[in-house]
Design a protein around this ligand. Structure first.
Ligand SMILES: NC(=O)c1ccc[n+]([C@@H]2O[C@H](COP(=O)([O-])OP(=O)(O)OC[C@H]3O[C@@H](n4cnc5c(N)ncnc54)[C@H](O)[C@@H]3O)[C@@H](O)[C@H]2O)c1
Length: 325
């Protein structure tokens, strides 16, 4: 288990922005399990109070309800912090196409505020969530850092700008920044509800409820679906990474590729709902056909070594949803 290989000084304090969301709450949980302190900053816009309530009784956990678009709040949240894991953002490519101005405000201005607050508070490492969407229309596989195409959505642009600020804050101010380009993360506590829900939790919930899921396009699109535990590992390893490799972005995935239609049938079988045939809808704007990651850079420079392949992850996710939906 990677946790046991990672040691930080006693009383180390992590700040997780977006800690009431899917990935952020999993990070908070891992840090508490390791015996360190965690402060969560979240405005509960897409995050959930119940993901705060899980830890609120723990004296190593602190919750600040606040917005990363407010620099004063970011400054207060960074006081005394050793490591920032910046997850707060608005996700979803299609939603960003509908409301680009809001994405600019939260994902760019908010992340910049957090970098500035981290710099002024002498934070040791600033690790932030980027996204595979920065590869845009580049069709070559696997996706490799340095080979990005034209962007396809405002969301992707916000993540690319964040990476440019990450580079600058390292070069100009010596803040150790590490951008983690997550590829289609899934796992416990990912929200299955709403028009912009990710496909795995959405299908699981619909199947469990006996509804007919809609697959956008022909289902023959493929993605490097990545179990959340691997993302936790990447964040914690980045906190331990050398300053020499700061200012860069890294692919964070398992390095595999699953077809949507196969995932659908896998889930239907696992949930005993093979009788439900999916509905096929139109392709989604801003989507690419295939995606999978070359993770050799993160392996080499961060010591990232993902332990959860798709099969192991999906089994764990299904079990969690069966017990928690
Ligand atoms: N889930 C994925 O597959 C995936 C893939 C690539 C990148 N990412 C990135 O990972 C990060 C976490 O994503 P997630 O899937 O956990 O999403 P999520 O929506 O579950 O979590 C995001 C959290 O940020 C909070 N937040 C949003 N705006 C905020 C603001 N202005 N101030 C404070 N808090 C704010 C939300 O309330 C929420 O709790 C995001 O940066 C996202 O872009 C996720």
């Amino acid at each position: 288990m990677f946790y046991s290989d990672l040691e930080f000084a006693p009383n180390t304090l992590f700040l997780v922005t977006g800690g009431a969301g899917f990935i952020g709450s999993n990070l908070c949980e891992a840090i508490l399990k390791m015996g360190y302190k965690v402060r969560c900053l979240d405005n509960l816009s897409t995050g959930k109070q119940e993901n705060v309530n899980l830890f609120i009784e723990n004296s190593d956990y602190e919750f600040i309800k606040g917005d990363i678009t407010d620099l004063e709040i970011c400054m207060a949240a960074c006081k005394g912090v050793d490591y920032v894991l910046n997850q707060a953002a608005w996700g979803s490519v299609p939603r960003s196409i509908e409301m680009p101005l809001y994405y600019e405000k939260v994902n760019i201005k908010g992340t910049l505020n957090m970098m500035e607050a981290a710099r002024q508070n002498g934070v040791k490492k600033f690790v932030y969530a980027s996204s595979s969407s920065v590869y845009g229309d580049e069709t070559g596989l696997p996706k490799r850092e340095g080979k990005e195409g034209n962007l396809l959505s405002p969301y992707a642009l916000t993540k690319r700008v964040d990476e440019e600020y990450g580079k600058l804050y390292y070069k100009l101010y010596g803040l150790d920044t590490y951008g983690l380009r997550y590829f289609n993360v899934f796992g416990r506590r990912q929200d299955p509800n709403g028009a912009y829900a990710a496909v795995i939790p959405k299908f699981i919930k619909q199947l469990l409820d006996g509804e007919v899921p809609t697959i956008n396009g022909d289902g023959k699109q493929s993605r490097d679906f990545t179990y959340v535990e691997n993302v936790i590992e990447a964040n914690l390893k980045a906190c331990k990474a050398s300053s020499e490799v700061a200012g860069q972005a890294f692919n964070i995935a398992y390095g595999g590729r699953e077809y949507l239609i196969d995932i659908y049938h896998y889930l239907a079988k696992a949930l005993g709902k093979e009788d439900i045939e999916p509905h096929f809808g139109p392709d989604r704007a801003g989507d690419i056909k295939h995606s999978n990651a070359d993770i050799s850079k993160a392996k080499r420079l961060l010591g990232y070594n993902p332990e959860w392949d798709f099969e192991r992850g999906i089994k764990a996710a299904i079990e969690w949803y069966k017990d928690n939906l």
